[in-house]
Design a protein around this ligand. Sequence first.
Ligand SMILES: [Zn+2]
Length: 462
Amino acid sequence: MKVFVLGLDGAPPELVFGEWLDSLPNLKKLVGSGLHGTLESTIPPSTTIAWNALASGQDASGLGIYSYTYREGNKTRLYNSLHIKARLLWDILSDAGKKVTVLNVPLTYPPKKVNGHMVTDFLTPDASCEFTYPPSLKQELHAFLGKDYQFDATDEGLGGYKSVEKTQLLKRIYEMTDIHLKTLKHMLKKDWDFLICDILGSDRMLHTFLSYYDKSHPKYTPSAFGSALPEFFTYLDREIGEILSLLPKDTLVVVCSDHGIRKVLGKINLNDWLMREGYLFLKAPLRSPVKFDFSLVDWSKTKAYAIGSYQGRIYFNLEGRDEHGVVKRKEYESLQKELTEKLTLIPDDKGKTLETKVFRPQDIYSGPHKDKAPDLFVYFDNLVWGVNNDFGNEGLHSQEDTVGATDGGHSPDGLIIVSGPGIPKKDLGRMKITDVACFILDRMGVPVPREIDRLGVWHALL
Ligand SMILES: [Zn+2]
């Protein structure tokens, strides 16, 4: 059986299955003919981790990646495809002799050899590098599109879209999405057994225009951008109709998102809080906010620091693991406990208690790369409050950081729709993103590796 996976990056189940569904006739038809439900993202619900969890059946501790960046001495490095330790669907299927096509899936750059085709994702440096497999596909796409491939809505690097003027950004998101959809339709004509394509545009739209749409958002003001979000999804739905008509008969169709989106009311200045509480020390005082930088930290005294934008990832400066580690191994769990207690007491900007969750890696991970995990994860108010990791802000709360403002952040609830031969119509409630890979392999007649075999979840449904 052929399997087609369409990623609507960041698409929230509440809106797509709720108030928008009647204006999305093609998605509505899929929902009405198959399974649909909430797809629970990874901890943390970060795009890079979640897509690779979907493609591998493994969580962050199996993949060995914990967001976009990792530390190397005093430098912040970006993860790339070579850091992923788990085998992905396209690796397993290629080895089984199936033809695969992989388009725009986060953290696929640099591209790797597959039995088929690959076009890499928004973390690709630019269109001048080698971003396809086979390499000749790059020229083919350039000739077909008549212009360079576009990986993200802007060229300003990670999160750069947040500082672009909204009218301009809207235009650029449509331009990028048009390129992604044209490429998808072009690649559908080639030989494939498994095709996965992520539409990044929906994530960029949701992050940018949620506060113009959601009347309960404190930043909401009536504006011409008010209809931008539903209009974008209506445009996607029209395109989906055309794409579905191009699929071979009896293809299994999976439409899904890696996480959802929810309003963000502001950010907690987490590194400033760690400084105030005596866990983090800088070498010199600051006069104005600066971007997080390892080289500013006085490691001889620092016990903990934080990285993050939506969720906070707190790392200890641990003896034996970190170069100038000061936290003793025997203190590890008591420091986790102490910080957890204090973090859950941080209020919002009006002094109201937040519904904050703190996760310890030893409770949530069992994969072979769990030793690389942050020492705590914090979700302020279930991610309604984000995290600012810049140093030197005034007070404990901020509306924007040095990257820009965020009105919409990630929620842990994505969506899934499955439709095709033998699939009944059913509301499947909740399912984990790591449960999807085994089902795809099984439907394609490829043996499921034991460590990701959760077919029992599916047998209970079908
Ligand atoms: Zn996002």
